[in-house]
Design a protein around this ligand. Structure first.
Ligand code: ADP
Length: 291
């Protein structure tokens, strides 16, 4: 399976939201990481056929998804950011409702719904009303509904928002168990989520894929540009003005700042191992790339 996005452009109200974006994906979990407004949701809407592109093409296994829209929709699962459900429905009733919308009926529908609720760990609460579910349970229900047609391509828009740490772990394990024979593309602006969940990270900025790779591949770009420096409280403001600061911690003798900068920011600065958090700051610091 292969999803190819070739030179896709999308304008909204004269604003270039997706800018000549190209990427190729095969089976695996891909984390689309970008600040708010970088184009993640728009890209997903283009892939899901909710909005039309201005130029370029999206191919699935070599076929244009706009031409073969029904076929593509039948192998596509989508969890939108504003996933809505009926609070008075039980989990099971909601799943049966989604199954009916997808054309699944009778025994088969029931069996599939139970299977999926088991997969996402909601079998024992399937008779409970959704309004009684926790954030994580609702999110897992969202995934279950996106899986109803056993999709080959699964798109999840900001799926980890509102999950507590335990739910995050559960969610990550669920995705890994699904990833073997699917293309899973999820978006987030939370660095630590994408780091743990995805096989590969795609960094989107200004509607373009700026970089992609594993965490270790990506952080190579800023290797040698991350520093720790001990400063005094009266120096803080000038450091914040001058540099991108990815962390600050107090210790005896002053404050340790983690600085992302091309050049050594102070005499006593020490180079430290770069992390994805540092890279994110490097890309998304207000005012663009760090000089
Ligand atoms: P993200 O999901 O990364 O936060 P979006 O794809 O939602 O980014 O938005 C990218 C840009 O496109 C933003 O600048 C946003 O304001 C603009 N945009 C998206 N949808 C609309 C819309 N329906 N009308 C006007 N502007 C939009």
């Amino acid at each position: 399976m292969k999803l190819e996005i070739n030179n896709v452009t999308k304008k909204i109200d004269q604003q270039l939201v997706i800018d000549n974006l190209s990427m190729r994906l095969q089976a695996g979990v891909y984390g689309l990481l970008g600040a708010n407004g970088s184009g993640k949701t728009t890209l997903f809407k283009l892939i899901c056929g909710i909005t039309r592109l201005n130029s370029g093409e999206i191919l699935y296994n070599g076929q244009d998804i706009a031409v073969h829209a029904d076929e593509f929709r039948s192998i596509l699962g989508f969890l939108p950011q504003d996933f809505s459900y009926y609070p008075d429905f039980t989990g099971m009733k909601f799943m049966l409702y989604i199954a009916a919308l997808k054309g699944l009926k009778g025994k088969l529908a029931k069996q599939r719904c139970i299977e999926l609720l088991e997969l996402v760990g909601l079998a024992d609460v399937k008779g409970k009303k959704i309004k009684k579910y926790s954030g994580g349970m609702k999110q897992r229900l969202g995934i279950a509904q996106a899986l109803i047609n056993d999709p080959e391509v699964l798109i999840l828009d900001e799926p980890t928002v509102g999950l507590d740490p335990k739910e995050r772990v559960r969610f990550r394990n669920l995705l890994s168990s699904l990833a073997e024979n699917k293309i899973i593309l999820l978006s987030t602006h939370i660095v630590s989520d994408v780091e743990y969940i995805s096989d590969e990270i795609l960094i989107i900025n200004g509607g373009m894929i700026q970089n992609r790779g594993s965490v270790s591949e990506l952080v190579q770009e800023i290797e040698g540009k991350v520093w720790e420096v001990l400063v005094q409280p009266n120096e803080l403001t000038s450091f914040y003005k001058k540099y991108a600061i990815s962390n600050q911690k107090s210790q005896s003798g002053g404050i340790v700042l983690r600085v992302v900068a091309q050049m050594k920011p102070a005499e006593n600065a020490q180079n430290v191992q770069a992390t994805l958090e540092d890279l994110y700051l490097y890309y998304f610091r207000e005012g663009g790339l760090i000089q």
